[in-house]
Design a protein around this ligand. Structure first.
Ligand SMILES: [Fe+2]
Length: 192
């Protein structure tokens, strides 16, 4: 009798890295609080002493990811721009991409319970018509990478998230008056 088992092979995949770092979040939070009296978006220059370990860890992870994705050893990831966001969860962002970059990194030095999730939209825009997911009319029992319209990341202290710049993403509205501090960093593939 023929063996009826099979494996499903994902093709043309996006990627998502979620990795807890081991950084001194308390000091980073204090530094952000001191720097953000007037502005809720603080541009970074990559030479902040307090973020030295963050930059070093991120660089190592990006180098490994770059190779794991099969890119040439003659190329590397280069930091492009970075900034700190301090939010009280009252603003939300519209779905957007970062087309001038290749990878997007988000790190949470401090988030309070109830902060808005980071959400990604499936680049296959037809998926909601193919697999209807409204409450009254769903054919899906278990959400997975083959049938999901959105993918959620719950922010946590010390969590680093990396994803490709072409994925539409946004921050879902959280509980108001909960503080949400994040560092966003764009990186680009350049020649060595
Ligand atoms: Fe973004």
């Amino acid at each position: 009798m023929e063996n009826k088992t099979f494996e499903i092979q994902p093709i043309f995949s996006s990627f998502l890295i979620q990795k807890k770092l081991n950084l001194d979040t308390k000091s980073i939070k204090n530094w952000i609080e001191k720097s953000s009296h007037t502005d809720y978006k603080i541009p970074l220059t990559f030479d902040e002493d307090i973020l030295k370990d963050f930059y070093l860890s991120l660089k190592e992870i990006l180098d490994n990811l770059h190779l794991a994705l099969g890119f040439s050893k003659n190329t590397k990831q280069q930091f492009q721009e970075a900034w700190v966001n301090v939010d009280s969860n009252e603003r939300t962002s519209l779905p957007h991409t970062h087309p001038a970059s290749d990878f997007i990194c988000v790190y949470y030095p401090y988030v309070e319970q109830g902060s808005g999730n980071l959400e990604f939209i499936n680049p296959n825009s037809a998926i909601e018509y193919i697999f209807p997911q409204s409450r009254e009319n769903t054919i899906i029992d278990t959400h997975n990478l083959f049938n999901s319209k959105i993918w959620q990341v719950v922010p946590e202290n010390n969590l680093l998230v990396i994803f490709p710049s072409w994925l539409h993403h946004y921050v879902r509205q959280g509980n108001s008056n909960t503080t949400r501090m994040s560092i966003a960093l764009n990186s680009k593939i350049v020649s060595k």
